[in-house]
Design a protein around this ligand. Sequence first.
Ligand code: DGL
Length: 255
Amino acid sequence: MSSSLPIAVFDSGVGGVSVLKQLINIMPNESYIYYGDSKNAPYGSRSHEDIRSLVLLCVKELVDMGIKALVVACNTATSVAIDEIRAIYPELCVIGVEPAIKPAAEYTENGNVLVMATPATLSEERFLNLVDKYCCDCEVELLPCHELAGLIEQGHIDDEIINSHLENILSPYKNKVDSVVLGCTHYPFVKNVISKHLGENVKIFDGAIGTANETRRRLEQCDLLCDENAFPDIKILTSGDNESFCSLVSTLFNV
Ligand code: DGL
């Protein structure tokens, strides 16, 4: 395995860009292939089996391109398929993203934590185990967001549509929770709107920085960090419409 190979970053669509940004921040010399399966996004309301086969197909495509590591920058794909990906590619450094339940549970002062994620993530055993492990001393409200990733995928990040959608789904939690987990990599792009509808004193957690740090740690451990003088390259690929995907990705880079 050569350290000059790129790191692949995968999501159902544009959400993983929130992780890619943190990866580039802490490892600016690395090369990246970002792949969004936007033809099939959103994944979150699909069945376990459907998500599993879509993810495995995309991962195979990425591995065939020649990569040194795979970041599954999608909570839904991680919950459903990370163990299987690791079993199929035992030589590959595979990093997943997990809802930031632990810091949110540690932070809460009033004991009420809200977790926003896709219906698929919230129903997976991997997620339920995290809640069991870290939330013994607090109340956890689970909010399955059926439409949110799809709206962001369509480019609604700060308009009337996203505002009224978030106002609708978040109003039951206003002045109730003080700690919120964004359990989907799409949601950090609407963090300000979420904060507006829940109140400014609510603390919001996502897994992007943790995932980027873990990726660097794993690459270092395997002696796979690239040469400091490497000339980095970032490729943006999608199974969907290339032009609209790249245009949304570049907008999200500046959010
Ligand atoms: N960005 C994804 C996640 O972290 C997937 C959202 C979706 O495709 O529904 O869960």
